[in-house]
Ligand binder design. Structure first.
Ligand code: SF4
Ligand code: SF4
Length: 333
């Protein structure tokens, strides 16, 4: 029998997330897989410096009686899961055992599965439900008058202490400002008269998915994006209707809410793609949601795949335009 290879020479692939299969939520099956992968990670330890999930796992192993994964109490497995914020770094930059390697290690998606099981079994705290409802919070905090109260409270040390004690939001964390005149408000009457110039890969006309953060917290970023794109001959219109991409709910393991967000956004975005628009969003994790997570959650949904192929990070888009010869590189002030 051939010995397992140390690392893979093939390009990494990613399996769809089998979240509609009842086994996905089977606790015993999950724990078998956690034990298998934790054991591989314990033998490897390459990711020790990436985040707190791996040091937590390795400390649990090293402090156990057997000094192996079988010595770690199953309930302590959750401590590792809690430290993972699904950044994908371990998968993307370190792990030699990702598929197609036979060990089939996809640490972030295993953590996601564990979060989904936890969410199905116990739901989420009020704090987590609130903090992951970014569009609702943005809408409420952005109501005129309310917005100045919220922003003043976020700058007030006493109120921040209260927020820390009630919602567990560190008083030292930098919190973004909220705006009542959102990015979508600012672009409502924007009607560029630019004739798009299609390139080999880009259509040269763009629909902007504002994102919750871009819409309520940093509308200037979106306005700057429009100015830069239109300076480069790319007309930008706003996506007619949008809600949160679902990434905060994904990180909570609330996959049904992710599906709800998908059902609201994808028909609008797919229609834009049919009309010849490319799509950009100013927040990378929102682009990632449409480009990676939704396609893996809904591999048979043609509209999801269509949007996946047409959505870009703004810098990726400008680089494509540069390769197509359409980017102005004189950078005059
Ligand atoms: S995906 Fe999770 S475990 Fe992997 S590096 Fe990011 S936070 Fe750490
Ligand atoms: S995720 Fe991969 S690279 Fe990282 S510790 Fe585990 S086996 Fe090693």
């Amino acid at each position: 029998m051939a010995a397992p290879r140390e690392g893979s020479l093939e390009a990494p692939t990613r399996h769809p997330l089998d979240w509609k299969n009842p086994t996905f939520y089977d606790r015993a099956d999950l724990f078998r897989e956690l034990e298998r992968v934790y054991d591989i990670c314990h033998g490897c330890r390459r990711c020790v410096s990436l985040c707190n999930a791996f040091p937590t796992l390795f400390d649990l192993v090293d402090e156990s009686e057997t000094m192996e994964v079988d010595g770690v109490a199953k309930e302590d497995y959750w401590k590792v899961v809690d430290h993972c914020y699904l950044c994908d770094l371990c998968y993307m930059t370190k792990c030699p055992y990702v598929p197609p390697h036979e060990w089939n290690v996809d640490f972030p998606h295993l953590m996601l599965r564990a979060k989904a099981v936890q969410f199905k079994e116990t739901g989420a705290s009020f704090r987590n439900r609130l903090l992951t409802s970014t569009d609702t919070v943005g809408k409420l905090a952005g109501i005129p008058v309310v917005v100045s109260v919220v922003n003043a409270a976020n700058r007030n040390p006493g109120m921040r202490k209260l927020l820390e004690n009630t919602l567990g939001v560190s008083a030292d964390a930098v919190l973004p400002e909220y705006h009542s005149v959102t990015l979508r408000d600012r672009l409502r009457t924007h009607a560029p008269r630019i004739v798009p110039r299609p390139g080999e890969k880009t259509t040269g006309k763009v629909a902007l998915f504002a994102t919750c953060y871009g819409n309520y917290n940093e509308p200037d970023i979106g306005e700057d994006l429009v100015a830069v794109f239109e300076h480069n001959g790319i007309p930008v219109t706003t996506v007619p209707k949008e809600r949160c991409c679902g990434m905060p709910k994904l990180e909570l393991g609330d996959l049904d809410s992710v599906e709800e967000a998908k059902n609201a956004n994808i028909p609008v975005l797919a229609k834009l793609v049919d009309e010849g628009f490319d799509i950009v969003a100013p927040v990378p994790s929102c682009v990632l949601m449409f480009k990676q997570e939704l396609p893996l959650m809904f591999p048979d949904d043609e509209d999801v795949q269509k949007v996946k192929n047409a959505i870009y990070d703004p810098f990726e888009y400008l680089m494509l335009r540069h390769k197509e010869g359409w980017l102005k590189t004189d950078f005059k002030v």
